[in-house]
Design a protein around this ligand. Structure first.
Ligand SMILES: NC(=O)c1ccc[n+]([C@@H]2O[C@H](COP(=O)([O-])OP(=O)(O)OC[C@H]3O[C@@H](n4cnc5c(N)ncnc54)[C@H](OP(=O)(O)O)[C@@H]3O)[C@@H](O)[C@H]2O)c1
Length: 262
């Protein structure tokens, strides 16, 4: 078994789907472990192997995609020699993973919800032992099946989490607020929501080609409608609000990593 996935919730399942879609591994190379019902359900739907805890010793690598609070109880049950571990648990450092799992073959990853549609930006990091055992290379390949992969020094992981991994929620709030603005001015709700989603997608595409300031200046003609809208946003401190959001989320990541029990 090339890979066992422990925790096939939103993220674990998205990653599994990405691997199978890409053909990186075939279903019989993969085992899944979650609650008994979910294990069977996912195994049936995907053709992967339903596992129980003792089976993990036969895995070459184990992907841990449970909630961070579950790692303390789970680690002693999944720790085996000669297995490489890949974790997507927010705020759980490679040092904690190594200590709990009793190996330096650990890779820490931070994907985001866009993994569910194959468009995640995933940060990865791991110690020399993980590099030498091929775990980092395997992880790079694994997350390339659900988007782009960035190797990042671990000291920047909380910042990456606070900005990139949390951003889908921030931008969802922006979309909802934009739609509320449209509804306030008389647009039907469904149309306003659709327009908000479309403009975010289109703007995202444009931002891959242009600096944000250039894009903003192009839309803002002198004395026109957009500059009036922008002035209202600036008066509400929208930039400061986003900078503070990333800072607060980064600090929360740091605090989670320090909390007892993790
Ligand atoms: N969602 C995101 O956008 C996102 C982004 C980046 C990283 N992450 C990280 O990804 C991890 C998973 O997040 P998620 O959103 O996929 O959570 P989730 O949907 O709650 O999935 C976790 C799954 O693991 C199962 N589980 C819990 N304890 C287990 C155990 N001892 N053995 C086997 N399975 C167990 C859960 O079952 P029960 O529901 O029955 O507990 C659930 O099905 C978290 O650590 C999170 O920090 C999430």
């Amino acid at each position: 078994m090339k890979l066992a996935i422990v925790g096939v919730g939103k993220m674990g399942r998205s990653i599994l789907d990405g691997i199978l879609r890409s053909g990186m591994l075939s279903p019989e190379d993969i085992g899944v472990l979650d609650t008994p019902e979910r294990t069977l359900e996912v195994a049936r739907e995907t053709g992967t192997r339903p596992l129980s805890l003792p089976d993990l010793r036969y895995a070459e690598r184990v992907l841990l995609s449970v909630q961070p609070k579950d790692i303390a109880a789970l680690a002693p049950q999944v720790a085996h020699p000669n297995v490489g571990y890949i974790s997507i648990m927010a705020g759980v450092s490679t040092a904690i993973l190594s200590r709990r799992l009793g190996t330096r073959r650990v890779v820490r990853c931070m994907p985001n919800l866009a993994a569910t549609i194959g468009k995640s930006s995933t940060a990865i990091t791991g110690p020399r032992e993980a590099e030498e055992a091929g775990d980092l290379a395997f992880t790079r390949q694994l997350f390339a099946t659900v988007g782009d992969v960035y190797e990042l020094p671990e000291r920047l992981f909380d910042a990456f989490t606070g900005m990139s991994a949390s951003a889908p929620a921030y931008i969802a709030v922006v979309a909802e607020a934009l739609a509320d603005g449209g509804v306030k001015q008389g647009l039907p709700r469904a149309q306003a929501l659709r327009l908000a989603a479309d403009v975010l997608i289109a703007t995202g595409e444009l931002l891959r080609r242009k600096h944000p300031a250039v894009l903003k200046d192009e839309v803002s003609s002198p004395g026109g409608t957009t500059i009036y809208g922008l002035a209202a946003l600036e008066a509400r401190g929208v930039r400061a609000a986003f900078i503070e959001a990333v800072e607060a989320a980064t600090q929360r990541g740091q605090a989670l990593g320090r909390e007892d029990g993790v």
